[in-house]
Design a protein around this ligand. Structure first.
Ligand SMILES: O=C(O)CCC(=O)C(=O)O
Ligand SMILES: [Fe+2]
Length: 350
């Protein structure tokens, strides 16, 4: 990624300002009460915090989240070890058409190349998914992981990390359910078969950080995302209030949580999946790890009946999570003329 290729250049209106303000408004939520609750219920003020930040920002930070530091550090170390390898070695586990896991340094977001390299793995190996996005094609297939043989500890680090993040994901989804006035276990059945994924991101230093982005503006498709970033910083969130790009300051041992498109549809837009992007810089490489908490492929996503009233009719048609996922994954391999499929395709204009 040394030569500056035109494919990385963002349109002027999407270029980052290296002086974008840092957020002081994204709340940090202390999750320790949920682990100390004898009867498994959540304190009202915690639930209120989750509701208001999900409405105002679609983002929040969590601390005292229960993920053991050593498991996170082991995953981070494995990620650094992997990305340090030669391109030739990394390309032995390259993502190719039909293989959605492994390494890529060619990702596009909205048809502009990202200044990054990634390694993706699925939490359940194998993960059952539809063969194609075609509505009448009912065949299923499965995805599997590609682990590099030269890093024997990588697979184990990934497996242990994913187990911890899944636990946190379930807790956060319970909190979100309660914050919407629903029983804590309302979403439990949607997660019987796993389609969650982990993405290791590496953003090398960039000679033109004002023209390119580590990852271009996008929102995350699933239920929610839990991101751990190093101390370099670069994540930016589009503030709902005024559309300004705001930097998310790195907080040690925290996770950045954001609402995904599925939760947007389930909540009938009470909570929205907010656009975000990652800046790069001249000097420092940056690492982050995203856990995309996703429902079963067979989940039919639609606004929850409990939240629908005559005054609040459904804003979305129902859609199949599995078909949506397979569409997103296939489009990663092609420079499409249109943007990737978005939840807005299922929007009802009331
Ligand atoms: O690295 C980051 O800060 C953001 C990554 C991200 O948004 C993603 O991988 O979906
Ligand atoms: Fe994202």
């Amino acid at each position: 990624m040394d030569d500056f290729d035109q494919a990385f250049i963002q349109a002027p209106e999407h270029r980052p300002k290296l002086s974008d303000p840092e957020a002081d408004g994204i709340p940090t939520v202390d999750l320790s009460p949920i682990f100390n609750s004898p009867d498994g219920t959540f304190p009202d003020d915690l639930v209120r915090q989750i509701a208001s930040t999900s409405i105002d920002w679609g983002f929040f930070l969590v601390v005292n989240h229960g993920v053991p530091a050593e498991k996170r550090q082991r995953m981070e170390a494995a990620s650094r070890e992997f990305f340090r390898r030669s391109l030739e070695e990394k390309r032995t586990v390259m993502k190719v058409e039909g293989m959605v896991t492994g390494y890529s340094d060619m990702e596009l977001t909205k048809n502009v190349r990202d200044w990054k390299e990634v390694f993706d793995f699925i939490v359940a190996d194998p993960t059952v998914v539809p063969v194609s996005p075609e509505p009448n094609d009912h065949r299923l297939t499965h995805w599997t992981n590609q682990w590099p043989t030269y890093l024997p500890e990588f697979r184990e680090a990934g497996k242990e990390y994913a187990e911890e993040l899944e636990k946190l994901g379930h807790k956060l989804v319970e909190l979100i359910a309660v914050s919407l006035g629903l029983p804590a276990q309302r979403f439990r059945d949607y997660f019987k078969e796993k389609t969650s994924m982990v993405r290791l991101n590496h953003y090398p230093p960039c000679s033109l950080p004002e023209m390119a982005l580590g990852v271009g503006r996008h929102n995350d498709p699933g239920v929610l995302t839990m991101l751990v970033q190093d101390d370099v910083g670069g994540l930016e969130v589009k503030r709902k209030r005024d559309g300004e790009w705001i930097r998310v300051k790195p907080v040690p041992d925290s996770y950045v949580v954001n609402i995904g498109n599925v939760t947007q549809a389930w909540s009938n837009e009470r909570y929205e999946s907010v656009e975000h992007r990652a800046m790069v810089n001249h000097k420092k490489e940056r690492y982050s790890i995203a856990f995309f908490f996703n429902p079963s492929h067979s989940t039919v996503v639609e606004p929850l009946k409990e939240l629908i009233t005559p005054e609040n009719p459904p804003n979305y048609k129902s859609y199949s999570w599995g078909k949506y996922l397979s569409n997103r994954m296939l489009s990663n391999f092609k420079q499409l003329n249109a943007d990737n499929i978005q939840v807005s395709h299922f929007k009802i204009s009331n």
